[in-house]
Design a protein around this ligand. Structure first.
Ligand SMILES: [Zn+2]
Ligand SMILES: [Zn+2]
Length: 318
């Protein structure tokens, strides 16, 4: 290829990649705006916490998450998904065998099964996040006022782990791509819905079939009985089967990260950081502090009181 043709091709590739990138961010912002418009009215119908305004205290902080994730986490996640699915998974999974069978199913059967598979996978990832990735996942649980936007309050590392797990499971089962796209939209809508500040619950046994805001608010409750409960994001019967279902009729008293009192000093475990950038950096700092050499240098060795900040992940029911 002559140099001038090569230059033109490179220029075209870069500009079309840049265009796709900005279109993707634009689409995320537009979707967020539409969700916001819808839930501005929906949350007014019957709010679970009437004292929580639409523009709550940490509205701006929570708003930074989806924008940052659209700009940085999604491209990384997309690259990892492509590398994993095309480079690693495709040659070694029974994708084609299962795919040939699953794609003959009715469309809505595939969508439902894709949702079930993704939720079972996310259930495992979510339990893992409460145990091993708690420093990152705790940013989602920091919200003391839970509303529709809390759905997007997910640390970039957590965005990547959730996305990878769901995509890998769907890939292994080989669903048609249209079914995956529809399942993705339903999953996203349910995620916004279950975080909304809406007093809505279903009677038994319907409450085990699909998530409600009441069910997921108990996942965000800071009461000790609610710690490490209600991990699923779509089908509560998964929690019921796994013994992690907890959904009393009453509303939780408070939301946020549970803070314990140090049995020796009597001090409460410290509050997590307030600003968005601190929240993104904080989990990495905590991970570094656990490396003895680094902890010595920063004099930030975790004490029993700082470890209690991780009570949700390391000492369930404590
Ligand atoms: Zn959680
Ligand atoms: Zn949540």
């Amino acid at each position: 290829m002559p140099t001038s043709t090569l230059d033109a091709w490179a220029q075209q590739t870069v500009s079309s990649a840049a265009l796709s990138y900005f279109l993707m961010i634009g689409r995320e912002v537009a979707t967020l705006y539409l969700w916001g418009m819808a839930f501005f009215f929906i949350e007014r119908l019957r709010p679970a916490e009437p004292q929580t305004p639409f523009f709550k205290r940490d509205f701006k902080t929570e708003l930074c998450y989806p924008i940052f994730n659209a700009a940085f986490s999604t491209p990384i996640y997309t690259f990892l998904v492509l590398a994993l699915t095309l480079g690693l998974l495709e040659p070694y999974t029974p994708h084609y065998i299962l795919g040939a069978h699953v794609t003959t199913w009715p469309y809505w059967g595939q969508v439902l099964f894709a949702l079930l598979v993704a939720d079972a996978a996310v259930y495992i990832e979510h339990r893992f996040a409460h145990r091993v990735l708690w420093d990152f996942h705790s940013m989602h649980h920091m919200a003391k006022e839970v509303s529709w936007l809390t759905w997007a309050r997910v640390h970039p590392v957590n965005v990547i782990t959730i996305g990878l797990v769901a995509v890998i499971m769907r890939f292994i089962f080989g669903f048609a791509s249209e079914a995956i796209v529809t399942a993705g939209w339903i999953g996203a809508a349910l995620s916004v819905w279950e975080h909304s500040n809406l007093d809505f619950k279903l009677p038994k046994p319907l409450c085990y079939l699909v998530v409600t805001p009441h069910f997921h608010r108990w996942h965000h409750a800071s009461e000790k009985e609610a710690i490490d409960k209600n991990f699923c994001l779509i089908f509560p019967f998964i929690d019921l089967i796994m013994g992690t279902y907890y959904c009393p009729d009453r509303k939780p008293h408070a939301y946020g990260v549970h803070r314990d009192r140090d049995p020796v000093t009597g001090e409460l475990s410290p509050e997590l950081p307030d600003t968005f950038l601190e929240q993104v950096v904080y989990p990495f700092k905590k991970q570094l502090e656990r490396i003895p050499a680094f902890a010595k240098r920063t004099e930030a060795v975790p004490t029993s009181s700082t470890q209690t900040q991780r009570a949700r992940g390391f000492a369930p029911g404590s």
